[in-house]
Write a protein that binds this ligand. Structure first.
Ligand code: ZN
Ligand code: ZN
Length: 264
């Protein structure tokens, strides 16, 4: 689509810059690991993931949306509704798919092996929102392609959804301080950093909660919501207990991590 790549790039770097500055001005926690090394690792993964997507995936969700529109596939392509209602329905439906996918990545052992890399970051900040194994990214895109074929959203909706998903992922991983009173209101409509941080706790019952990335409603509806970490935001330990040695968390080791049992 015209202007698609530039839109994605502007939002990616724009949100990254804003949250990174916010983290310096008003951090929520003190970082424990080497920030430079973590940033290099997490941002290198963005480059690798983008390359994998470009070179190894024949159809992307936007391409599938255009194809579905031409062929008349998908629920929204066979019913008549005003475009803004289609936009809302498509975004809510795609967000629900992302929530279900995240739950699946936690509870199916073979998928957890891929997703746990996201949880091995020893700190959580804006770059953690981009820390995903390339195979997880590929599987996640295939799931989205299938969801798009079924739902039939307009192509521009898919671009908006993906841009918003990346922006909110960077925002809700931010190590940023938001007043509790504002956070309480924000949580009614979006996943806040305090809400998603619970998901990065080393305590398994906290890791297996707050799966939402954009909308918080699925966690409220399906009983996977935990308002705060038991040890508080400054006392909680971030990461995954079986991979805590920074020497085992370098980029090459992260890429082979799905294929090894544990590092300690
Ligand atoms: Zn997770
Ligand atoms: Zn996360």
């Amino acid at each position: 689509m015209p202007g698609e790549q530039i839109t994605r790039l502007v939002f990616f770097f724009g949100v990254l810059t804003i949250i990174a500055v916010w983290e310096v001005i008003a951090p929520r926690r003190q970082l424990t690991d080497n920030k430079g090394r973590r940033w290099l690792t997490n941002l290198s993964l963005v480059v690798i993931d983008t390359a994998v997507v470009r070179f190894f995936l024949p159809v992307l969700p936007v391409g599938m949306a255009l194809m579905a529109q031409q062929q008349g596939w998908g629920i929204l392509n066979i019913i008549t509704l005003p475009p803004w209602i289609k936009l809302i329905l498509a975004i809510v439906a795609l967000d629900f798919v992302i929530y279900l996918q995240h739950v699946l990545f936690h509870f199916l052992p073979i998928l957890w092996r891929l997703h746990r890399m996201h949880h091995t970051d020893l700190d959580i900040d804006v770059t953690t929102g981009n820390r995903f194994h390339p195979i997880e990214i590929a599987i996640s895109l295939w799931i989205k392609v299938a969801a798009v074929a079924l739902i039939g959203p307009p192509a521009f909706t898919v671009v908006i959804f993906e841009v918003v998903l990346n922006a909110s992922s960077q925002f809700n991983h931010g190590n940023i301080r938001i007043p509790v009173s504002i956070d309480r209101w924000l949580r009614l409509v979006m996943v806040t950093p305090d809400m998603h941080r619970v998901h990065h706790s080393v305590i398994p019952r906290e890791t297996n909660s707050n799966f939402g990335f954009n909308l918080p409603w699925w966690d409220y509806m399906y009983g996977t919501y935990r308002p705060q970490p038991e040890l508080g935001h400054t006392g909680m330990i971030i990461g995954f207990k079986e991979f805590r040695d920074p020497a085992m968390l370098t980029l090459p080791r992260l890429l082979i991590q799905p294929f090894i049992r544990k590092s300690v």
